[in-house]
Design a protein around this ligand. Sequence first.
Ligand SMILES: [Zn+2]
Length: 704
Amino acid sequence: MIDLYTRTQALVAKLGDGDTIKFSREDAGSLVASLGSVLTEHAELYYQDDAPVISDAEYDRLFQQLRILEESHPSLLKNDSPSQRTGSEPVDSFSKIVHSEALLSLSNAFSEDDLRAWYRRCRSRLELAENEPLSITVELKIDGLALSLLYSNGVLQTGATRGDGRVGENVTLNVRTIPSIPLRIPRPKISDPGADPPIPERLEIRGEVYFAKTDFDKLNAVLAAAGKKTYANPRNTAAGSLRQLDSRITATRPLSFIAYAPGPASGFIGDSQSSILSWFASLGFPISDQTETVNRLEDVVRYCKYWADARDSLGYEIDGVVVKIDDIENQRRLGAISNAPRWAIAYKFPGREETTVLRDIIINVGRTGKITPEAVLEPVMIGGVTVSQATLHNADYIMNRDIRIGDTVLVKRAGDVIPKVVQPIVEARTGTEKAWRMPMSCPVCNSPLERLEGEADHYCVSSECEAQFARLVEHFVSRGAMDIDGFGAKLALTLATEGVIKSLDDIYKLDETSLAELDGFGIKKISNTLEGINDSRNRSLSRLLFALGIRHVGKTTAEALVVAFSSLHDLYGADAEALLKVDGVGDVIAQSLVDWFSIEQNVELVKSLTTLGVNTVRLESEIPQGGEGAPLRGKTFVLTGTLDGIGRKEAGELIKSAGGKVSSSVSSRTDYVVAGENPGSKIDRARVLGIKILTEQQLMNILK
Ligand SMILES: [Zn+2]
């Protein structure tokens, strides 16, 4: 077969100037067919392999010509034409599709015991002897929308939602816009042409349409920016996107699909769930990488427990595990009861969303003065934990979702994350709910709250604010910061609110007398606390810098700053321009540092800490590898192309050991780009930015 690129160029030549009117019907027919297959292959390369061989503009031109040809000869428009990928005219409503075999729901297992009971029932019905093995497949249960796809002679005919299991909605036009769903199988390029068993004349594929988490966040950001209603969770988003009456909207939504089960087929397609899944993959359907086939119930339990803990590591939401008897003959023997098959069960993870009443909204003052509205909830059990408070992020979050006091709200608790209010249940309103407004002043110190241009958060900017100060002390003594043993959040709060310490340096002025006045402080506790404080005098400069709680200066930024500045005094003298040279420091951080040092009290604090014996200079251990005198210190390199002498990995290591840094992308902060064979686009960017380009040999000379 002639390669795709050559075929594309031949087509371009045949199409000529783009005026397609001149073609006879016969010529148009053959052009539509060739355009269809060439464009499909290009789209596959683009979506599946991320390796296009023509530019987007070239693709669009060909696509446009296909459209025009199809429009002037409507009889040439085929169901599997790539033009169907972009959606069609809106419809008034969805027609119904009666499923040729019902999409059954699954029985649920909520515990290990439920799984064991199901397993015993299966074994006993199959009359298996004690040591006879029973293969089981375990699959992640993606939280999306079930979809049934019908292929006739390998071409996608219809796509239907599950509906009530027997009758679903005809969403074919929308389904055609989902790139991972093949319009024709086997899929060109990515599938195995010699599919075995052969594709039956009629084949139904069942699977899940879902939204990846990142796609969900992006879509909500776009909707919010346009002042439109956002979606509550990825599942609703998938459902809302698939059920658009205007398929052109669906085409703009990055929906994903995985195939997980066969529906009725007019021929043999495999004798086990696992072999059928592999066959699906060979036809070009996406299947889950996480599916396993196991032979012991213990492995099923292990799989369920593992994913219940690890679910947040996935790029999509799951709500359980589907456990199936692998062998199709065994499935057939087990059969179904009423609406559920006996040969499968869904192990459900503990729920993460519940509804409850929002009793009140209070505001919390953080250490940087950041104000966070918090929901006071009617206590509710979510995933085995009682939740009575949840975050509401900021004023915009509450406004955009129109969350009111008294509302019944949807609350989500995921993993270790603080529970959050997702949205109000508007239907549950009685009319007594009250809208909420961000107060004008800090609830603790009464100073007016401020909201910076372009920021969603409000701040209490008063340096006298006790609430802020207590949180700042808490942060200062915390493990990642000055790590003061025996000095917890509780002591921080007491000392701050009782006015024993008014500034961070006061911590180092604490003595036996001041601590003895506090409740519960005996001789031993006093001496431990003082010892902890004393030890912290020798902490590294980056820890101290982080501990000071300067807005936007996190641990990583503090460490980067310390590479460039050797003491707090040094940093005090730096202007924005000098700060911006530090890796990872942008305008916001630089301005925040300049602002912090421009406040007289902070300058006094730095002086006082030094006087009190707290280390304010860079320690030897904080100087990066290669030492102060290293030849490449402070220089950033980008490596591109093949370095056939030493290889990129080793070159990177040599640069680092000489004190330099290796970055993956070219920016104005890059000092050198080292270019090997076939360097790619990075070298163009380096030229545009006027960055010095080195050959491998030149790099070696510098390293010597
Ligand atoms: Zn305040």
